[in-house]
Design a protein around this ligand. Structure first.
Ligand SMILES: *[C@@H]1O[C@H](CO)[C@@H](O)[C@H](O)[C@H]1NC(C)=O
Ligand SMILES: *[C@@H]1O[C@H](CO)[C@@H](O)[C@H](O)[C@H]1NC(C)=O
Length: 284
């Protein structure tokens, strides 16, 4: 009899230990997985849309046709234009988000598709501290890192911080602009440290291999890649059936949005995909 009680006590102790470590894991998971905020996505997609405006005066004074609605009152600090490489970005301060917002313009859907396929095979070793065997898309990385864009962004961010203080930074962009936003977010995270940088991209193509993808999410955990069913760019095949060593991988935290309306503005419900970055039920 006594023995049975003893056994029961052991079982209860074991169960409560399992329970508490499961809770521990859950908490750890939460720390590493920030929640997707759809309200924020609807705001950031408007910034990602406004950066396509080519009238720079309207953009700078935030009076352009897309400079309204959820982004009203945005203060532009810096506009970066690289005419030769057809790149455009801005840095500014959104009072209601209490954040510096950086947005990158993409290219036309049709041209980016050709462009990705052309440049797909040219990979760059990504030898940032802590990243082993990482390879990234040479063209996207260079567009951010080795043009006027990087210095313009860093300059804009430090000026914004001088004026407005130590605000958090939100980086966004659509299509190729999303790829540049991703590289920018990583760069800023390494410069300014964690909890400060959030990345949310729309219709972003793959930018690096699996080693790069897992490195990325460990450095910039607050990263979301929003995709919708009509967007070609993120669906471009990962090519692993042909050349496993050349395979690119999405980084985790994908959100798939259904039933979109005009352009790439979000209207409908979203599905949060698994954390693998390549959830077969999502954008693939
Ligand atoms: C989502 O983002 C909006 C806009 O930044 C913010 O007002 C709201 O508090 C956020 N919601 C959560 C649950 O964090
Ligand atoms: C990225 O740009 C910085 C200077 O802005 C440069 O020092 C570094 O070498 C560049 N990285 C690559 C891989 O080209």
């Amino acid at each position: 009899m006594e023995r049975r009680w003893w056994m029961l006590l052991m079982i209860i102790m074991c169960l409560s230990f399992v329970g508490s470590s499961a809770r521990g894991l859950e908490i750890m998971h939460k720390v590493h997985s920030p929640l997707y905020n759809h309200t924020l996505a609807t705001i950031l997609v408007e910034y990602a849309s406004a950066v396509y405006i080519s009238d720079l005066t309207d953009l700078f004074t935030w009076t352009c046709s897309r400079c309204d609605g959820l982004t009203k009152g945005f203060e532009v600090v810096e506009i970066i234009v690289d005419v030769q490489n057809c790149l455009q970005a801005f840095v500014g301060v959104a009072d209601d988000l209490d954040a510096i917002v950086i947005a990158f313009r993409g290219t036309q859907e049709t041209s980016i598709q050709n462009w990705i396929e052309d440049l797909f095979w040219k990979q760059l070793d990504f030898d940032y501290p802590g990243c082993t065997d990482g390879k990234v898309h040479h063209g996207f990385f260079n567009a951010y890192n080795n043009t006027v864009v990087r210095s313009g962004i860093l300059d804009g961010v430090s000026r914004a911080r001088e004026i407005y203080g130590d605000l958090k930074i939100m980086v966004t962009g659509h299509s190729m602009g999303g790829a540049m936003a991703a590289f920018c977010g990583l760069d800023l995270e390494l410069i300014y440290g964690s909890e400060n940088v959030q990345v949310m991209t729309f219709g972003q193509p793959r930018i690096g291999n699996a080693a790069f993808a897992s490195y990325y999410i460990s450095v910039v955990p607050n990263t979301f890649r929003v995709t919708h069913e009509h967007d070609m760019v993120p669906h471009l095949p990962p090519y692993y059936q042909f050349f496993p060593q050349k395979t690119y991988h999405h980084f985790p935290r994908e959100v798939w949005v259904y039933n979109l309306g005009l352009g790439f503005l979000i209207y409908e419900v979203e599905k949060i995909c698994d954390d693998s970055g390549e959830d077969p039920d999502c954008s693939r």
